[in-house]
Design a protein around this ligand. Structure first.
Ligand SMILES: Cc1cc2nc3c(=O)[nH]c(=O)nc-3n(C[C@H](O)[C@H](O)[C@H](O)COP(=O)(O)OP(=O)(O)OC[C@H]3O[C@@H](n4cnc5c(N)ncnc54)[C@H](O)[C@@H]3O)c2cc1C
Length: 422
């Protein structure tokens, strides 16, 4: 029964993309192609590609799923996911910029900020005036953010925030981030919008990374940083719920990007296998090479449908919350565990995004590994696209929830809360 009810909309599933989606993806494709050279140079020099924000800004990609009211394109989640898939095909580093800026950046504001906060902060992010980031992880609180020690004090007309976050994507280039800290008195965790130019904030780039070399990750320290009262997101004590909801979008981004990685691995390996001859025939004619290729092809298709279905569940959650905002001024207080419709839509979106991320990220790293093997020594330099996919996709099984923890989360959903083992 459980599974029948989850598939009740199957007859309405449509696997065709619309003309509008095709046109937008074609614009994304053009920008990716134009940026290929500069992105590759930036990767080898381990720099952020300065052309990325202006070029993607021209086609509206800096606010793709954000409402037109705040300068975005107002596109649906699936269109955004298809765009991330294409960007991930180009480069996971580039796609990770959008994860931090949009998926776990802007979408947190879109979902949780009040009207005034959206006008003041969100509108600046869709045209590139502000870059966003999401600062949750701490040195002693990774897979378990509830262990965080960053704290805040309510000083009446403002808050004072202290603590340290690390690995924060876009950390040294972000103008606005959301961050999460514990009330010194009550111990509850709250979420804040933070202007990175505020006094008392110090962001230091994390160096010597394994991959994702054009993404700027930072350690961010808050030294008694003054946060205006109006920068609290939603309600005091809602921090973890907000952070976990952001991770649904973060996981969808990783899943979509992973499909792109595998698609590019296929393009590259098929081309190489049709050109390279050893032992008297092309690599593509060797059965063991064909085995690698078919493994990648199957992984692309399986990851696609898990991800698109998860995107559709996320869209339903989005639509529900947006409708509530129209009908009810006090919508934030309605989004709690007692609201059964919201809880069900959210847990379904969460469950499917978790499964999609787990599957697609494992598959992408495996595909990149197989691709390096097919290229042999020709992929043992960062100048080779498959070498960069190999290095970059390693992070996808760690960030937005490490895959071991996601695996436990998937089974806890089946067994029930009492069996939660993480
Ligand atoms: C490239 C990159 C970008 C990132 N970007 C951001 C960002 O923008 N914002 C942000 O806030 N954070 C970011 N992170 C941090 C990321 O979310 C964390 O690295 C991740 O949550 C894992 O935490 P950890 O690294 O502390 O590992 P740990 O939590 O120490 O886990 C280490 C290992 O133990 C496993 N493990 C943990 N608990 C259990 C358990 N109960 N049972 C079994 N196994 C377990 C994990 O799966 C993992 O394999 C980024 C990380 C990386 C590498």
């Amino acid at each position: 029964m459980f599974y029948v009810s989850h598939y009740r909309n199957l007859s309405q599933m449509n696997f065709d993309t619309s003309t509008e989606q095709d046109e937008f993806i074609s614009r994304v494709n053009n920008v990716c192609r134009n940026l290929r050279e500069s992105e590759e140079r930036a990767y080898l020099e381990e720099k952020f590609d300065d052309k990325l924000v202006p070029e993607f800004g021209k086609i509206g990609m800096l606010g793709c799923p954000i409402s037109t009211k705040y300068g975005g394109l107002g596109y649906d989640i699936l269109t955004y996911i298809l765009a991330l898939e294409r960007i991930g095909e180009e480069s996971s580093s580039m796609r990770t910029f959008f994860s931090a800026h949009t998926s776990i950046g802007q979408m947190v504001l879109q979902s949780w900020a009040n009207e005034e906060q959206k006008k003041n902060h969100l509108s600046r992010t869709t045209d590139g005036r502000s870059v966003m980031g999401f600062a949750l992880t701490e040195p002693e609180a990774g897979s378990d953010p509830s262990l965080m020690v960053s704290n805040y004090e309510d000083k009446g007309d403002h808050y004072v925030l202290s603590g340290k976050k690390h690995w924060i994507g876009n950390g040294t280039i972000a103008n606005i981030i959301t961050t999460y800290a514990r009330d010194k008195v009550t111990g509850k965790i709250s979420a804040f919008i933070v202007d990175m130019n505020s006094p008392g904030i110090h962001a230091v780039e994390m160096k010597h990374k394994l991959g994702l070399l054009t993404v700027k990750n930072a350690e961010i320290s808050f030294y008694e940083c003054k946060i205006p009262k109006e920068n609290l997101l939603a309600m005091p004590g809602w921090g973890l719920s907000i952070a976990y909801s952001a991770l649904i979008d973060g996981r969808l981004s990783v899943a979509a990007g992973s499909i792109g990685v595998m698609r590019d691995c296929l393009t590259e390996t098929v081309r190489h296998s049709k050109e390279r001859k050893q032992h008297g025939s092309l690599l593509g004619k060797k059965q063991l090479i064909q085995h690698h290729i078919s493994k990648i092809a199957v992984a692309v298709e399986s990851s696609r449908w898990l991800t698109y279905r998860a995107a559709s569940a996320r869209q339903k959650l989005h639509d529900y919350v947006e409708n509530m905002k129209i009908d009810d001024m006090d919508w934030q207080s309605k989004l709690n565990r007692k609201n059964l419709d919201y809880s069900m839509l959210r847990s379904e979106a969460d469950r499917l995004a978790t499964i999609a991320k787990f599957h697609a990220s494992n598959a992408a790293f495996d595909a990149a590994n197989r691709s390096v093997q097919i290229f042999g020594s020709y992929a043992y330099q960062k100048t080779a696209r498959v070498a960069r996919h190999f290095l970059d996709s390693r992070a996808t099984t760690i960030y937005e929830g490490a895959n071991e923890v996601l695996e436990l989360k998937i089974s806890a959903d089946i067994f029930g809360e009492g069996f939660r083992s993480y």
